[in-house]
Design a protein. Structure first.
Length: 162
C-alpha cells in the first residue's frame, strides 16, 4: 500500500517559540506551526529541555558541543496543539527548551529559545502554604511555609497571638 510519504521531507522548524508563563516548577511554552509540513501532515510536536545549571561529563559535552546539560525529551503534544506546560523543573535552575515538528518522515529541525529560563516564581508573588492544626478549644497552631521555610504562629483563644 502506497502512503505517499516517498516524496515527502521532514517539516521545517516551528516558528516564534516563546515563554507564556513560568513558575518555580514549570514553564509554559507557545509556538506557531512550521512554514512547511514537508509534504506530509504533521503528527506531533516534540518538546525537549536542557538544564544548563547542571554540568555534564566532558565526553558528553564534547560530543554535544556544549558545556552544560543534555537534551531530554520532556513531552509530546498532538499537531493540533501549539502550547505545552513543562513541569518537574527544579526551582532556581536554568533551562533551555526546544520544539520540533514531526510528520510521517520524521522530526524536522528544532526551534530553540535564545535565552535560558530560570524556574522561579514571577516577580511580586510568594509561595505560601498554610497548615492549621487545632490542638484544643483554647489553643490553635498555624504553621506557615514561606519559600520552603517553616514559620510557626500560635494563637491562644483567650490571650491572642503568641
Amino acid at each position: 500500500m502506497w502512503t505517499g510519504a516517498c516524496c515527502a521531507d521532514p517539516p521545517s522548524c516551528p516558528r516564534e517559540l516563546s515563554v507564556l508563563s513560568s513558575s518555580s516548577d514549570y514553564v509554559e511554552l507557545s509556538w506557531l506551526s512550521p512554514q512547511t509540513d514537508g509534504g506530509s501532515a504533521l503528527v506531533q510536536y516534540i518538546i525537549e529541555k536542557r538544564d544548563v545549571s547542571r554540568p555534564q561529563p566532558a565526553a558528553a559535552a564534547a560530543a554535544a558541543g556544549s558545556a552544560a546539560g543534555m537534551w531530554m525529551v520532556c513531552g509530546t503534544v498532538p499537531a493540533s496543539e501549539l502550547t505545552v506546560r513543562v513541569g518537574k523543573l527544579l526551582q532556581g535552575n536554568s533551562y533551555l527548551f526546544r520544539v520540533s515538528a514531526e510528520n510521517r518522515v520524521g522530526p524536522g529541525p528544532p526551534a530553540q529559545l535564545a535565552e535560558p529560563v530560570v524556574a522561579r516564581l514571577p516577580y511580586g508573588t510568594s509561595e505560601r502554604r498554610f497548615y492549621s492544626f487545632g490542638l484544643n478549644v483554647r489553643f490553635h497552631v498555624l504553621v506557615v511555609v514561606i519559600y520552603g521555610k517553616i514559620r510557626r504562629c500560635s494563637y491562644n483563644c483567650s490571650t491572642g497571638f503568641d
